[in-house]
Structure formats: structure tokens, C-alpha cells
Design a protein around this ligand. Structure first.
Ligand code: PMP
Length: 436
């Protein structure tokens, strides 16, 4: 189960905090120790001991084509031969920006950065600079990267580790952050806007929440935010780091018909290399340096390898690709729903377009309170049963499954069969103690 990484694991813990470069990778929420990846091949990961895993993590959604897709590898190799970074403009940055603007109607201009966190931090400064207002509204369970002002009640690793936010964030830094429940009813949103609306620079939201399991927006939630932002002069920022180029070419905003002022992109758009973006209305983007007074910069921004990978991925994503992805997601979700139907712990399998979520809860999860009340021990039992069967899902109950274009019915079958076996054997009885 350790994937042959034990020696690497002790070396890692000696020199890297927790042994990992990002917390959830450490398996703390599910117990045991992580395997070390030697390489990825399409829908699979190969560990350093040669074990193969069907991979539904896919770099947390970055690899929509599957690992080591030939078009991406070739593009990156060709780009690398010309040098890895210049700190000066390149044609590919322009081409990638054009490709993004052509696909996402609300994006007139886009600034390339290196991570989703950076995109969120840029959007926060831009929104405050453009509006001259201090406050931010975010929603419990939504994760926007590890930006100080946005860690309050964040999902993802913050939820996994049960942290209320983070040490090292001064009270003053979050004094202007207002947190409301995801999918909050109109009465709560009316109150929030009545109290804070005139001071709100931005409302930031994951249009589909994918960092507390997978939680769909209820009817009217996103429209209601758009309307209230217009009424109160706040900017609507959709964090499409996960949903962008994942729920379709125009992301969740295309799917749900809501037009944000600013959009955060990451993951898919970088093709598995460090690239993310913030884009939106031309007048707002004009506030960014050097056109405007809001400073933002990056040594590796618009990196030649990352833009090459992003362009290679976008070239593969057309309507047919999204139909294929959705077919895979439907088969996976339906199979898992059947497999887990008779389990001793009730499971909710959610699907929004091409994304799938599994949460052990008695009812469909609509908000962070319900997500946090879900049975994480049952999730850990499911996780380990799958891992033992050679299937890797996120090592935390608060994440999502990411079908790629490389997944086929055989990977779905293996995942569903292993789920049916553990459901029959009993999830509630499984103990974490044997996993260390
Ligand atoms: N926003 C969302 C919705 C995310 O899921 C993530 C990362 N999982 C981020 C922002 C932060 O991106 P990064 O990890 O690249 O900083």
C-alpha cells in the first residue's frame, strides 16, 4: 500500500514539512502513507515500486487529457528547446490570451500568472483598487487558494485538516472578509448585502463548489449574486480554477448563464504546468499595471513551457471532447451510485457536467456545514479499499473526482467494482488505526 515509497517517505519528512509540497498529499485525513509517483500514463499513475493506479485525481484537475498526453509533451519539449523563461514577451502568451478571450465571453483581457492562489490575490487587489472599497464576500467551503484574506472557512486542505483558517493571518487581514453559507437563501443574502453591500469590493464564489466535495449551486444562487452585485456596485468574481475549461469551453459561467466581472482560471488552462489567469472586463483589467495603478507582476508569468502546454490542451478541447468527458462522468457517477446504494453508510454521488463527487452523508450536500458533518471515516475506508484495488481517489473527503479524456470503461469498472466490494463488506466498521 505504501507504493514502495517508505524510504523516500522518511527522507521526505526529514527535509520537507510533513513530507509533502502541499498538505492534502500527506494522507493525514485518510491515514497511511502516500505512494511516490514515478510517472503518469493517461488515466494511470505508476508508483516508484511499479504499482499502477487508476488516477481520478489527475493533478487535482489539471490534467484533463490524462497524464503525458503526446500533444502536450511534444509542445513542452519543443518549447523547452528554445529556453525555459525569458522575462520578456512571447508570441505564445498572446496566443493563449487570445484563445482564452475567444472561449470565455466575459473575458475581454487576461493576465497570466503561475497559480490559482496568485490569480485570486490579483483579483482581490484589482477589485479593491477598481472599486475603492475594502470588503470581500466569500462563501464557507469555497477555496480560493491560500490568500490570507480568503482562508476563512475555506474548503480543500483547510477543511481536511479541520482548521478554521490559518495561523499567521492577523485579525486585521480578515477584518474585511465576510463569510456567508454557500447556497444561502435569499433572506440571508439580503441581510449580508444590506449590512455590507456599500462597502463590498467583490463577491468571490466557486460557481460549482468543488473543495467541499462537489456541491452544485441551487437554482437562483448565482443569478441572485449577480443581481445583488449590480444593485450594490460590487464586482462578481467567479473562481473557475476547477470549472474553467472543465464544464465546457466557457466553464461554469457558460453552463449556468451568469456573467462575472472577473474570472479566475487555473488547472486545465496550464495543461499540468504552473499557469493560471485572471481575466474579465476590459475596463477593469485596465486598472492593472502598467495601464493602471493596481500593481501585479511575476518573474515566471506567461512562462514559455506553460503557455505551450496550455495551448496544446485548449487545441484538444472541443464540443466532442466535452461530450466524451461527460459520458465518462455519467458512467462513473451512475456506477458508483449503484455500487454504494446498499452500503451501511449512506453515500451521495453528485455529478455536475464532467465533475463527480462522493460524500458519505444522509442527504445531498448543499453547504459547508453539511459537508463537514459527512462521514469522513467512511470516506477513508472507501479510499483505502480503492487504493488496495489499484484506484487512486483524492486522499480527503472534501475533494472531487476528475475524469479525463484518457479514462475508459475499464477504469470505471475497476473503480465501481472495488466500491461495490467495500460497500458489501461495510464502511462503518473500517478502522483507520491499521493505516497508521
Ligand atoms: N481556486 C480553486 C477553486 C481551487 O480549487 C484552487 C486549488 N485547488 C485554487 C483556487 C488555488 O489554486 P493553486 O493551488 O494553483 O494556487
Amino acid at each position: 500500500m505504501s507504493g514502495g515509497g517508505s524510504d523516500l517517505w522518511s527522507r521526505a519528512r526529514a527535509v520537507i514539512p510533513g513530507g509533502v509540497s502541499s498538505p492534502v498529499r500527506a494522507f493525514r485525513a485518510v491515514g497511511g502513507e502516500p505512494f511516490f509517483v514515478a510517472r503518469g500514463e493517461g488515466a494511470h499513475l505508476v508508483a516508484t515500486d511499479g504499482s499502477r493506479y487508476v488516477d481520478w485525481v489527475q493533478s487535482w484537475g489539471a490534467s484533463i487529457l490524462g497524464h503525458a498526453h503526446p500533444a502536450v509533451i511534444e509542445a513542452v519539449q519543443r518549447a523547452a528547446a528554445d529556453g525555459t523563461s525569458y522575462g520578456a514577451p512571447t508570441a505564445r502568451e498572446v496566443e493563449l490570451a487570445e484563445a482564452i478571450c475567444a472561449r470565455v465571453p466575459s473575458v475581454d483581457k487576461v493576465r497570466l500568472v503561475s497559480s490559482g492562489t496568485e490569480a485570486a490575490a490579483t483579483a482581490v487587489r484589482l477589485a479593491r483598487g477598481a472599486t475603492g472599497r475594502p470588503k470581500l464576500l466569500k462563501f464557507a467551503g469555497c477555496y480560493h487558494g491560500h490568500v490570507d484574506a480568503l482562508l476563512a472557512e475555506a474548503g480543500s486542505g483547510v477543511a481536511t485538516l479541520g482548521l478554521p483558517g490559518s495561523a499567521g493571518v492577523p485579525a486585521a487581514t480578515v477584518a474585511d472578509t465576510v463569510v456567508a453559507p454557500y447556497n444561502a437563501p435569499a433572506s440571508i443574502l439580503d441581510d449580508v448585502f444590506a449590512n455590507h453591500g456599500a462597502e463590498l469590493a467583490a463577491v468571490l464564489v466557486e460557481p460549482v463548489a468543488a473543495n467541499m466535495g462537489l456541491v452544485a449551486p441551487v437554482d437562483g444562487f448565482l443569478d441572485g449574486l449577480r443581481r445583488r452585485c449590480d444593485e450594490h456596485g460590487a464586482l462578481l468574481v467567479l473562481d473557475e480554477v476547477i470549472t474553467g475549461f472543465r464544464l465546457g469551453l466557457a466553464g461554469a459561467q457558460g453552463r449556468f448563464g451568469v456573467r462575472p466581472d472577473l474570472t479566475l482560471l487555473g488547472k486545465v488552462v496550464g495543461g499540468g504546468l504552473p499557469l493560471a489567469a485572471v481575466g474579465g472586463r476590459a475596463d477593469l483589467m485596465g486598472e492593472l499595471a502598467p495601464d493602471g495603478p493596481v500593481y501585479q507582476a511575476g518573474t515566471l508569468s506567461g512562462n514559455p513551457l506553460a503557455t505551450a502546454a496550455g495551448l496544446a490542451v485548449l487545441a484538444q478541447l472541443d464540443d466532442a471532447a466535452f461530450e466524451t468527458l461527460e459520458t465518462t462522468a455519467v458512467a462513473l457517477a451512475d456506477g458508483l451510485r449503484d455500487a454504494l446504494a446498499g452500503a451501511d453508510v449512506p453515500a451521495q454521488v453528485t455529478r455536475v457536467g464532467t465533475l463527480v463527487g462522493v460524500t458519505f452523508a444522509p442527504e445531498v450536500v448543499r453547504d459547508y456545514d453539511a459537508a463537514q458533518a459527512s462521514d469522513t471515516t467512511a470516506y477513508a475506508a472507501w479510499f483505502h479499499a480503492l487504493l488496495d484495488a489499484g484506484v487512486f481517489v483524492a486522499p480527503s473527503a472534501f475533494e472531487t473526482l476528475f475524469p479525463s479524456l484518457a479514462h475508459t470503461p475499464s477504469e470505471i469498472e475497476r473503480t465501481v467494482d472495488a466500491s461495490a466490494r467495500v460497500a458489501a463488506a461495510g464502511l462503518a466498521a473500517a478502522s483507520l488505526s491499521s493505516r497508521g
